[in-house]
Design a protein around this ligand. Structure first.
Ligand SMILES: Cc1ncc(COP(=O)(O)O)c(C=O)c1O
Length: 434
């Protein structure tokens, strides 16, 4: 191990503990110094293969040279202007997004993070559906750490404990999980019926302004909502249309190419009323947003929502370049094809004798789209052991799920195939002997 005397690991961690809030959880107790593509370098000179992407953010790998160039060039021109004047970068980015957003969605409000995007989307839905105080969210979902995001989330008890009273009007219903081994073909219908029952028994639909759902649940365990035999999101769309409820798809984690499409809702062939995004948009620079059709968005009067830093020129420059590179290098096709191969490979190689959970027969419990893949293990303990063994091999991976027993694959979208499969084989080996 190379130890740099000025950045002694123990000293840094001691200062970290002294000066940084204890609330800030860290998975690995190393200190990151530099990132390049799929690799992360710590202050003690160790090179790690980063399959976490800073939790699904650096879609094009760390410090992608073209994204960094675009941000640096913009730093020399204009860093900040807020709402004092218009600026070209957020206009260009919003126009670019309108071309890749599903259906007729063509208008965007920019903010700095996923939670802010979610908060804005909820406020927007209440403005559209005036006098309807209620919202429906799904069990196991994660929508961020603001009070609104916290109120909508239910992926971990710790995230909510002692923060009451949370936002009122939030009704949490089951998220359809077809990966429990229990009657997967009936799961979508079971949840849809439970929503209809809720409407009839205690929650009049005309009191609900919006439903918010992650098309592929992220922090809650990398669970795609059912597509077959029932397209759950399409049925949800119908319920929303029938009752004048806005459908918000939270694509903060699943958006910007993560699932092999620009947005995960494309797998379900639906158009939500509102899409939220953040994480991958700026390839590491902070930017988020919520988008809808112009006609509806126009009901948010100037000044009815805002942000000092949201959509700042530097983050917008990075985001424009990120989208350009994904498009130019045909990265969506690559992610889609390679992701399917990766899932098949995992299913084929994971052994019933190791730590991975099976579907009761022979198929390992692996699910996802593109490079948003979850592998279910038997327990949190096993997942922790696997993560620690991978760490010893200099591979960074994360867990997810209410039980924290899911290993999640979120590699950079442009990672080389051989590198990805070699690392995957190491991870499979570790899971099989854990
Ligand atoms: C689906 C989803 N929504 C919202 C958020 C919150 O995003 P942020 O941490 O940028 O506020 C996250 C973060 O993980 C997320 O996965």
């Amino acid at each position: 191990m190379i130890t740099n005397s000025t950045t002694n690991l123990k000293e840094l961690l001691a200062k970290d503990e002294q000066f940084l809030s204890n609330a800030l959880y860290r998975v690995f107790h190393i200190v990151a110094e530099r990132g390049e593509g799929p690799y992360l370098y710590s202050t003690d000179g160790i090179k790690y293969l980063d399959l976490t992407c800073g939790i699904g953010v650096t879609q094009l790998g760390h410090c992608h040279p073209e994204v960094i160039r675009a941000a640096k060039d913009q730093l020399d021109k204009l860093v900040h202007i807020s709402c004092v004047t218009h600026h070209t970068l957020n206009i260009t980015l919003a126009e670019k997004l309108s071309r890749i957003l599903p259906g007729k969605i063509n208008n965007t409000f920019f903010c700095n993070s996923g939670a802010e995007a979610v908060d804005g989307a909820i406020k927007f839905s209440r403005r559209i559906n005036k006098g309807r105080p209620n919202i429906i969210s799904f069990r196991g979902a994660f929508h961020g750490r603001t009070l609104c995001g916290t109120s909508l989330s239910s992926s971990k008890e710790l995230h909510r404990k002692y923060y009451d009273p949370l936002l009122s009007g939030i009704n949490i219903v089951d998220y359809p999980n077809c990966y429990t081994g229990k009657e997967p073909e009936k799961e979508a219908s079971r949840v849809l019926e439970s929503i209809e029952k809720l409407f009839k028994s205690s929650l009049p639909p005309d009191s609900v302004s919006a439903m918010i759902i992650e098309p592929v649940i992220g922090e809650g365990g990398y669970i795609p909502s059912p597509l077959k035999p029932v397209n759950f999101l399409r049925e949800l769309r119908k319920i929303c249309d029938k009752n004048g409820i806005m459908l918000i798809c939270d694509e903060v984690q699943s958006g910007i190419g993560r699932t092999g499409k620009w947005f995960a809702v494309e797998h379900y062939d639906i158009e939500p009323d509102i899409i939220t995004m953040a994480k991958g948009l700026g390839n590491g620079l902070p930017i988020g947003g919520f988008s809808a059709q112009k006609e509806k968005m126009s009901e948010m009067l100037p000044g009815s929502h805002g942000s000092t830093f949201g959509g700042n020129p530097v983050s917008c420059a990075a985001a424009i370049k990120t989208l350009e590179v994904i498009e130019r290098d045909k990265i969506l096709d690559y992610v889609s094809k390679t992701g399917s191969e990766l899932i098949k490979h995992l299913e084929g190689e994971l052994s019933t004798k190791g730590g991975s959970a099976f579907d009761g027969k022979s198929k390992a419990n692996v699910r996802g789209f593109g490079f948003m893949i979850g592998i279910e293990l038997f327990s949190k303990d096993i997942a922790e052991k696997v993560i620690q063994e991978c760490f010893k091999e200099k591979i960074l991976i994360l867990s997810a799920g209410v039980e924290q027993n899911i290993i999640r694959f979120i590699p950079p979208l442009n990672i080389e195939r051989d590198l990805l499969f070699n690392a995957t084989d190491k991870i499979i080996g570790i899971i099989n002997k854990t």
